[in-house]
Design a protein around this ligand. Structure first.
Ligand SMILES: C[S@@+](CC[C@H](N)C(=O)[O-])C[C@H]1O[C@@H](n2cnc3c(N)ncnc32)[C@H](O)[C@@H]1O
Length: 330
């Protein structure tokens, strides 16, 4: 029998604020008629490491495309960014593989700026801060471990200087359409008129190419996605049997998104100790874990306009698979 959500609320477990939020989100998501879990919880130290491996996969074209764009247009971007007195704030910085191309270019031009990598994954922020400190001894770095929205509150307090915000890796595609709009409106409110935002968009294209990118032959994407269950086991004392769930991802032609799931292979019950609740899974019942929306030029223009930005420039790779769009806050 499904336990009501209120049982969690009445249970007095010794959880810190982050664990409490995680527990609440898991309790809520697994109690829905269509089970779901927020994709941000895929990213702990293991998840971040697996995502770095995904970026090395031959099927995962977004990284190669964005790298090509930065290699080709780093000089144009650096000219637009200007020479002194700004922060480069990177939301969801990950391992900064592509950002280092830009940082290198800016430092070559002796630009004076502070790089602020912000990520929900502590391992990602520590990793990027240490590597960039070693590789760019002159770079001023201020790493922040936080959720985007907490990060945007921090950003709003930095209005005494120019801020250039990077949001790369097509992470914008992980929001629902409504969440995307809330995020962009919040971002716009957090910066000054005239500030710049560089956003990476994965474009709609031939479907097989997209589907392959999320179904690699080495199973790295599957392990990455399943990390959310492993994390619930280790942090919330759950007993998910990982062998009883499979990764499944599919193209939703209507919303133009890859939708990823953990699918239960049998009828089973999972107990989550720190919630004090048992969740039932039917055979082949799916838990939605991530969506990756793809975009076209018209959508990007509408998103910019509706959320208070003017398009300054758009850069694409040779195959036109991917676009990095530079927006200026209106
Ligand atoms: C798709 S990866 C992209 C990483 C990097 N921007 C790149 O292009 O390689 C998404 C990144 O956002 C971070 N992330 C996911 N959800 C987040 C959230 N709610 N708040 C802050 N960071 C988040 C993840 O830890 C991860 O590093």
């Amino acid at each position: 029998m499904k336990a009501p959500l209120s049982r969690y609320e009445e249970t007095d477990f010794d959880l810190d604020e982050q664990q409490r939020q995680f527990a609440e989100d898991v309790a809520y998501g697994l109690s829905q008629p269509e089970k779901r879990l927020p994709c941000k919880y895929i990213y702990d130290d293991v998840g971040s490491e697996l995502f770095s491996r995904i970026m090395e996969l031959p099927e995962y074209y977004p990284t190669q495309c964005e790298m090509e764009i930065f290699d080709t247009h780093k000089s144009d971007l650096a000219k637009i960014f200007g020479h002194t007195g700004f922060n480069i704030v990177e939301l969801g910085a990950g391992d900064g593989q592509k950002t280092r191309v830009l940082i290198d270019e800016l430092l070559d031009r002796t630009c004076d700026f502070t790089y602020v990598p912000l990520d929900i994954s502590e391992a990602a922020v520590n990793g990027i801060s240490d590597r960039f400190a070693d590789d760019f001894p002159k770079l001023s770095i201020n790493g922040i471990v936080s959720d985007y929205f907490e990060g945007l509150r921090w950003l709003a307090d930095q209005n005494h200087c120019r801020n250039i915000v990077l949001f790369l890796g097509s992470t914008i595609g992980n929001f629902t359409p409504q969440g995307r709009s809330v995020f962009l409106k919040n971002l716009r409110r957090s910066i000054n008129t005239g500030d710049l935002v560089l956003i990476g968009f994965d474009m709609v294209k031939e479907i097989d190419t997209i589907v392959r990118a999320y179904n690699d032959s080495q199973g790295v994407t599957a392990a990455f996605n399943q990390n959310i269950l492993r994390r619930i086991n280790s942090e919330l004392d759950a007993d998910f049997d990982l062998d009883n769930f499979i990764y499944y991802s599919t193209w939703d032609a209507v919303s133009r998104a890859i939708r990823s799931y953990q699918v239960s292979c049998c009828r089973q019950e999972v107990y989550v100790g720190k919630i004090g609740q048992t969740f039932e899974f039917e055979p082949w019942e799916a838990v939605h874990t991530e969506s990756s929306h793809k975009f076209n030029e018209e959508q990007i223009a509408t998103l910019a306009d509706r959320n208070g930005f003017a398009i300054e420039a758009c850069y694409t790779d040779a195959d036109q698979y991917y676009t990095d769009c530079l927006w200026r806050a209106k």
